[in-house]
Design a protein around this ligand. Structure first.
Ligand code: ZN
Ligand code: ZN
Length: 688
């Protein structure tokens, strides 16, 4: 063996045995024998294995000093790129690539992969563009690297125009000589993340037809498309495919299935899968919590969150963003505050978490706390502004809501369509017609926002409430889009408030046709008759409703005591403390009567809850919840109750009396707004 060969072999052995330092020493101190390019490759690989950047750099300059003609050693150049990239110097890797006279497909691939791995999607994409400008043809590896990048980029709002990137991805996909599961999955994910759910499902079907087998990533990318569209049947079909392909043990796939079932309203199926999971990660827990929360099962969402903590799974910011709205909905302030502490402890102060906290405090009647949090944000985004304005609106703090809305505009943040809904809602509670009309006109004129049905409904509600029935009808006539049932409902409500029988009859007839299963128009029309003393007509409507088998939504109220949420339905007798609750109500009823209360026993067909007799009247769900609160909380503390429907006028009157008799503040959040009962008065001034 020649000495040169011996020298190279020696270096190779040192490198493969991991003696990089010795190898480098030998290399730098031997001038007699030249190192082969393959030896340099071995040396560079040793640097990669040890992440030894400075040694790598020394080898690089040694290669340069030797005056290698790189064009004849493409493998060595590519190894250099790899070395720099793997040792953490993307900049140097790129320099090597840029200095290459003829980079081959591998050189480009290494660099594109490097960008992708470092999360620099735009860099990867730009480089891919440059590659296409050269004569080098992308290969299968390039495609499978760049497609997910396109999908990612497409989901980013900034930088590349979304659609352009997706189009590019599609073009590439079609060009691919051989489509693999990776490229199929990338294209499905690209569609799904860009809200093109139908296309995603179509691609999934094409993939099946092509004979390519889906893997766990394919399922996990396709199922969110079903979830977003509420496409339960297609979701179930995919579930079947998951079973056939034996992916039911994959945590990723199962979590995606739970998420899909939850979001498609099939919460029992979601739960069944969740319970059967042999192991769960944070994504599975989140899917279940979101599912419960979105299906109106806030108490189950909170329960699951507790189980998650007991199981030792670490909540993520999206866990908090799902569980806080559940607290908000239930009015579970104590649990919300505990979660707030957890968030602070874990340092999750991202925007979505912060906004969820503002919303939770506002809805749990701690509006000032919400404001304190809001004021701590340096540059509030539109969602934060909206959360705060909505909070004020709900509490009837119209002035604060309008002020904040103006402040938002001056701060340079443009209101979006939600901001306008919030401010109209606020104006509606205080009857600020002029302000609302001014804001309404500014929507399209100043902010180029086309009013949507939500805005029209708000305006109809506002005009109707103050009794401008003719103006309301004129406004409705001018609405350029198809009218929603809610618009008519709103007008019908106004007819009841302002006792307009003729208009009420025609609106109700319209609603019976549009939404025959909805009990509300029957209830409202019957009330309109009853208020006008037309008992016979009121009875007729009631009968008609019964004959048609239409049922009213049962009223339900919640109260949180010692971090447990207790639920009560109308006439509920299922609570362990039932006996005490009813005794307390009876006692209160006597005291109220002594204080001048007269039960509202008019045979009005209440639109709020089932009630026929005086007896039932005092067993409305919020009364049960209030009585339970009185029994289980210290004197003087505030009682907070949340109700799913509007408070009826009798409960409103009774609660005013109760607040005076027991000298405590009672805060009731009904379907529409907050009522702060104190010293026998309510913050809504009997206007709700
Ligand atoms: Zn009531
Ligand atoms: Zn009130």
């Amino acid at each position: 063996m020649s000495s040169t060969a011996h020298f190279n072999l020696n270096l190779k052995v040192l490198c493969t045995e991991g003696h990089l330092k010795e190898a480098l020493h030998v290399l730098l101190n031997t001038r007699k024998f030249p190192a082969h390019s393959s030896t340099y490759i071995n040396l560079l690989q040793a640097c990669i294995d040890k992440k030894a950047l400075s040694e790598g750099k020394q080898i690089h300059s040694h290669i340069n000093d030797r005056g290698f003609t790189f064009s004849t050693h493409p493998l060595l150049q590519n190894k250099l790129i790899s070395m720099y990239e793997k040792c953490g110097s993307l900049e140097n890797a790129r320099k090597v690539l840029d200095n290459m006279t003829e980079p081959d497909v591998s050189s480009w691939n290494i660099m594109i992969t490097a960008y992708r791995r470092h999360g620099i999607s735009q860099g990867a994409f730009a480089l891919f563009h440059r590659m296409q400008q050269t004569l080098v043809q992308p290969d299968h590896f390039t495609f499978s690297t760049i497609l997910p990048v396109c999908a990612n980029l497409g989901s980013l709002k900034t930088g590349y125009a979304q659609k352009g990137v997706l189009d590019e991805a599609l073009r590439l996909f079609k060009e691919m000589p051989q489509r693999t599961v990776v490229s199929w999955t990338a294209i499905i994910a690209g569609y799904a993340q860009n809200n093109l759910g139908e296309k995603a499902l179509e691609a999934f079907k094409l993939m099946q037809l092509s004979g390519e087998k889906a893997d766990s990533a394919t399922f996990a990318s396709t199922l969110p498309a079903c979830a977003k569209m509420g496409a339960l049947e297609q979701g179930m079909e995919i579930h079947q495919k998951v079973i056939e392909s034996d992916f039911l043990s994959s945590v990723v796939v199962l979590s995606a299935l739970i998420d899909m079932y939850g979001k498609c309203g099939s919460i029992q199926k979601a739960r069944d899968l969740f319970v059967q999971m042999p192991q769960r990660n944070v994504v599975s827990w989140n899917a279940m919590i979101v599912g419960y929360a979105q299906n109106g099962l806030g108490d189950k969402a909170l329960e699951t969150f507790k189980l998650m903590q007991i199981a030792g799974a670490k909540p993520s910011p999206s866990t908090f963003a799902s569980v806080l709205p559940a607290c908000a909905k239930l009015g579970a302030l104590e649990q919300g505050m505990e979660i707030h502490q957890n968030i602070v402890k874990m340092g999750y102060m991202s925007e979505i978490v912060w906004n969820a906290l503002i919303d939770m405090y506002a809805k749990c009647s701690r509006i000032h706390k919400a404001r304190t949090l809001f004021d701590k944000i340096h540059h509030p985004g539109v969602i934060s502004w909206n959360a705060m304005i909505a909070g004020y609106a709900m509490h009837g703090y119209t002035k604060d809501a309008v002020e904040l809305f103006e402040k938002m505009k001056h701060s340079g943040t443009n209101p979006d369509h939600v901001s306008f809904v919030c401010v109209f809602f606020a104006c509606s509670h205080a009857g600020l017609v002029d302000d609302a009309c001014k804001f309404f006109n500014s929507m399209s004129e100043t902010y180029s926002i086309m009013p949507s049905m939500d805005h029209y409904v708000c305006m109809v509600d506002l005009l109707g409430r103050v009794g401008y029935l003719e103006e309301t009808v004129n406004f409705i006539i001018k609405i350029p889009v198809k009218l929603d049932v809610v618009v008519w409902m709103s007008l019908l409500g106004a007819c009841r408030t302002h006792k307009d029988i003729r208009l009420g009859e025609s609106v109700a007839t319209r609603l019976f046709e549009l939404d025959p299963k909805n009990p509300a128009p029957f209830v409202l029309l019957s009330n309109i008759y009853a208020l006008a003393g037309k008992w016979g007509d009121a009875q007729k409507v009631r009968k008609l409703m019964e004959e048609m088998g239409i049922k009213k939504i049962p009223g339900c109220s919640w109260i949180e005591v010692h971090k447990i949420v207790h639920a009560f339905c109308v006439g509920d007798r299922s609570h362990p403390q039932t006996q005490a609750i009813y005794t307390e109500l009876e006692k209160l009823s006597w005291e109220m009567k002594a204080a001048g209360y007269i039960p509202d026993t008019k045979p009005i067909f209440n639109d709020v809850e089932e009630e026929e007799k005086e007896l039932l009247l005092c067993h409305h769900s919020e009364k049960l919840a209030i009585a339970f609160g009185l029994l289980n909380t210290p004197p003087g503390t505030t009682i907070r109750v949340v109700k799913n429907l509007r408070v009826c006028s009798d409960c409103h009157t009774s609660t005013k009396f109760i607040s005076k008799i027991i000298s405590r503040e009672i805060i009731v959040r009904d379907a529409n707004r907050f009522h702060h009962f104190k010293y026998g008065r309510c913050s809504c001034e009997d206007y709700w």
